[in-house]
Design a protein around this ligand. Sequence first.
Ligand code: FUB
Ligand code: ZN
Length: 638
Amino acid sequence: MTQEMIVLKTMNSIPVSAYKSNGFIGSYQELVRREMIPYQHRVMRDEAGTEKSGVFSNFINAGKALRGEEHGDFYGMVFQDSDAGKWLEAVAYSLAATPDETLEKQADELIDLIAAAQDADGYLDTRFTISDRDKRWTNLLEAHELYCAGHLIEAACAYFEATGKRRLLDVMLRCVGHIYRRFIKDGKPGFPGHPEIELALMKMYRITSDSRCLELAEHFINIRGQDPDFYKKEKAAYNWTVWGNDASDYNYQQSSQPVRRQTEAVGHAVRAVYLYTGMADLASETGDKELFKACRRLWDSIVNRKLYITGGIGSTVHGEAFSVDYDLPPDTAYSETCAAIGLMFFAYRMLENEVSGEYGDVMEQAFYNTILAGIQLDGRGFFYVNPLEAVPGISGAAPTHRHTLIKRPGWYACACCPPNAARLISSIGKYAYAENGDTVYCHLYASGDVTFESGARLCCKTDYPYDFTVSYKVSGIKTLSLRIPHWSKKTEFFINGEPVSPVIKNGYAYIPVSDEDEIRLVLDGTPRFVFPSERIHSVSAKTALCMGPLVYCFEGADNSDVISSCVDTKAEISQAVPDKKLPNGVIRLAVKGYIREHQERLYSCEPPRMKHCDLIAIPYSLWGNRGENAMRVWMDRA
Ligand code: FUB
Ligand code: ZN
C-alpha cells in the first residue's frame, strides 16, 4: 500500500459476538447451532447414515503422509478442505454468540488435524499432500489451492475472534508466508482460478495487521487479467487437468482484462462475486477510487441486468455462470445458493465504500429469498440450485432441467453451499449493524441486542419480515441511521411515540437520538404484485407476488394446479389462514385468479375454459418443505 492512500471506509463492522439475536433471525441462528452444525460435523466425519465426504479423513491422511506413515487416498472434490474451513467459521460465529464447550472441543480437534496436515514449508492442502506433491501450484486454474487456503484463513480469523485461540491463525499465517514467498518474493506468476483468498486476506490483514496479507490481496487482484493467456500457458507447461476446464475461456475466470477495466459481470457467478467482494474490500481499505469505480460498474451490471427477483445470480447451468443480460429463465435458473451468499458479501463491502440503501436492499433480497431457500426447515436438506419454477416430471428429469431439483438433498458431492449458508446465517449480525463514531447504522432489521465497540447499545424488537414495525431502544448513540427499503412506499418514524421527519439521504434516514429513546420505524410492507421488464423475455408477461422483502411463490401443497393458474392482479391480496406445517408466524397470502380446465389433447383450437379460483402463496424460501410439488414464482396474469 502506498503511504498517501487514505482509508475510505464509511463505517466499522461489528464483531459477530456483538449481536445477540432473537425473533426471526434468532430462530435461523438456532437452527444452524442445533441442527446444521452438528449434522455437518457428522457428515465431515463420515459418520454412519451420512453421505461420505472424506473431509476429516483427508486431513488425517495428509498428516500421515507428512509423517511418512501408511495412509489412505484423498477423497472428494479437489476443494474438499474448504468445507472444513466454512464449518469452522460457522462454529466460530456460533460460539461467539453462544459458548458451547463440546462444540469448541470438536472444533479444536479439527484444528489439530489441520495443523498436522501442514507441510514444513507452510503449504496446506490435503489434495496435494496426500499424493501428487509434484503437482503443487501447477494448475491454478482448476486445483483450488488458493481457494481452500482462503476458506481456512477466514476460519482462522473467525475462530481467533470468537475464542482468542491462535492455533489456526498461526497455521494460516505460516500458509500465507508460504504463498507470499511463492507469488511475491519468488515472483512466480499466477492468480487464483477461483477467487476467494483475496477477501480472506483482507480479513486476515485487519485481524493481524500483517502487511503481507494486504500485499498479497492487492497482488492477486492487480495481476488478474494482466496476461489473459496465463492459464493457457500454465496448461501448456504442466499439461494436467481436474475437469478439463477451458483455459482460454477468459470470461469464465474473470481474467479477460485487468479488473479495473472490467465492466460486465461474467463467468462463474460465485468466482465473480467473491472477486468483486475482495476488490470492494481493498478499495475501501486503501481508498482506491479507480477500483471502487470498477466495482460499481460490475455491481450495476448485476443488479440492473442479471439479478433474479429472488436475489439469485448466475442464471445458467453452463459453467454455473452469468448469462447475457436479461436472460433470467425461471425454470432452468441455476441461482446457486453460494452465489447469493457471495452477492451479499459484495453488497456489504460496497456499503463500506458508500452508504446507499440499494446495497442493503440487495442483501435482504438475497438473504430472505435465495439463501434461506437453500435450507430445509429441519436443517438437514439443502438446495444448491434455486429455480423460480419447478414442475414434477420435468424439473430434475428433462435434459435441460436435471440441475433443478424439487427436493433438497441431504448432502452433495460438491458441498459448497450447506456450510456456506451456515456461516452466513450465524454471522448475520455483521451485515445488519455497523457504527461510525456516534452514528449507528441498521442495514437489516434484525431483532436482538447489540453492544458496539464504542460502548453504545441498541435493542431492536421486530417480527420482520412478517411485520413492518421495528422499534429500537438506544444508549450511547447520537444518530441512528436506518435503511429505508425501496419497496416501502410510505415510511413513518416516531421517537417516544411522537412522529418525526428525519433527514433522508441515499436511502438512509438519519435520526438524532438520546439515551433511552424509543425509536419506531413503520415501513409499508403491504403485499404487492411486481411486474418484470419486458426485456426479461422468459417472464415478461407474468407477475410475482411480494410482501416486504419476501418474494412469494405458489406451490402445489396449497393449490390444485399452479401451472394452470393465473392471478388477477387487480383483485385484493389478503392473508390466508396459517398452515400448521409451516413455522409459526409465517404469513400465507391469498389472491384471486383463474384456473384452466384440463385439456387432454396436446393442442386444440378450442380456447381453454377458465374457472374462478382462490390461490394461496407462501414465501419462496419455504417451498419444497411439504412434499414434492409444482412451484411457481412468476405467475401468468389473468
Ligand atoms: O469451485 C468451488 C465451488 O464449487 C464453487 O464456488 C461452486 O460454484 C461450486 O462449483
Ligand atoms: Zn455452493
